[in-house]
Design a binder for this molecule. Structure first.
Ligand code: PBG
Length: 333
């Protein structure tokens, strides 16, 4: 005997018959408040260059990024995530440009906050945009060294917070960086600055177009990030990563990439019940856009469906390069 009923008295299609009825029984939904828009900033003025492997995504000079941030806020997008395209001349082994208070990131943060103070800014805390070798950490004797890297990340986080960054987001996967960053922010009276930890970040092939965008792919060469980013074979390990970061003071955690890792989003959401974000990364965006450009997919529907899937899996917000077009589509209804 079934508690829920049986065919023919029970017909699952009845609730699906009309749009209004489907809307009433919908369990999940995507709202503009769920979106964080990653933006690549570059040097110069009035610069807007498309990234070939990410159709519709541009490297923007600060003046244009400021305009676009204002437009994004008007569309209702709550936050931006900034990534710098650092001049190749400024990349060094020790990533020292990361600690320059006048670097591109800091200038962009100050400029955006000045015009649009009510948009949240997420700052990428990591060294790969600044290292000549394209890694997220410092290298000694052929190894990415953890604690020395954390020292630099800590200073970088404080610098960004002072430049107006609301949420510092370490994307490097060094051990112990969340606690070190929290202590340093608190010591600098930046107790309100939030930490979004890229807690479960996998060593993924789906980051390729991003590395084109910030110009770190050539620097990284044949190198990979498997000594610090997670093995795609693991799920329990993601829960340990999240638990450690929460213990160290993370306010929000992230799973990355998104679509191939929906199981991780669900497990983290269920195990911890903390704000769980997900990053629809560059390779996911490129796949969807590439297929849409060829007419193989209805691009808008496919992107909306992929984002809804993140909500269903338990994410509270999504970083997506499609944030602006999605916000417009949601507004059209
Ligand atoms: C590196 C970083 C990466 C992304 C965000 N921060 C790439 C990497 O780990 O090599 C990827 C984002 C994307 O693919 O959209 N700190």
């Amino acid at each position: 005997m079934s508690f829920y009923g049986k065919f023919p008295r029970t017909r699952m299609r009845r609730n699906r018959r009309d749009g209004w009825s489907r809307a009433l029984v919908a369990e999940h939904g995507l709202r503009v408040d769920d979106l964080i828009w990653p933006v690549f900033v570059t040097e110069g003025k009035s610069q807007r260059t498309e990234i070939p492997s990410m159709p519709g995504v541009f490297r923007l000079s600060v003046d244009l990024a400021v305009e676009e941030a204002q437009a994004a806020r008007e569309l209702g997008i709550p936050a931006l995530a900034l990534f710098p395209v650092t001049d190749a001349k400024l990349k060094t082994d020790d990533a020292r440009e990361a600690l320059n208070p006048e670097n591109l990131m800091c200038r962009a943060m100050r400029a955006i906050k000045k015009l649009t103070p009510d948009i949240g800014i997420v700052g990428d805390v990591a060294l790969d945009p600044y290292t000549s070798h394209g890694h997220d950490g410092l290298i000694k004797d052929g190894h990415i060294v953890n604690d020395e890297t954390v020292d630099v990340l800590t200073q970088q986080a404080v610098l960004q917070a002072r430049a107006g960054c609301d949420i510092v987001a370490p994307s490097d996967m060094m051990d112990g960086r969340i606690g070190a960053i929290r202590d340093a922010l608190d010591a600098a009276q930046l107790t309100h600055t939030r930490i979004l930890s890229y807690a479960a970040k996998y060593a993924s092939a789906f980051y390729g177009p991003f590395r084109d965008a910030i110009g770190s792919k050539a620097n990284l060469g044949q190198g990979d990030k498997r000594t610090y980013q997670m093995d795609p074979a693991n799920t329990n390990e993601a829960l340990r990563e999240v638990a450690l970061d929460l213990d160290e003071g993370a306010d929000m955690v992230m799973v990355k990439p998104g679509m191939p890792y929906l199981d991780i989003v669900r497990r983290v959401h269920e195990a911890f019940g903390v704000p769980t974000l997900v990053y629809q990364v560059s390779g996911e965006y490129a796949m969807l856009k590439g297929a849409a450009e060829r007419g193989w997919l209805d691009g808008e529907r496919a992107i909306l469906e992929s984002l809804l899937a993140f909500k269903r899996a338990g994410a509270c917000a999504v970083l997506t390069y499609a944030a602006v077009e999605v916000a417009k589509a949601l507004r059209r209804g």
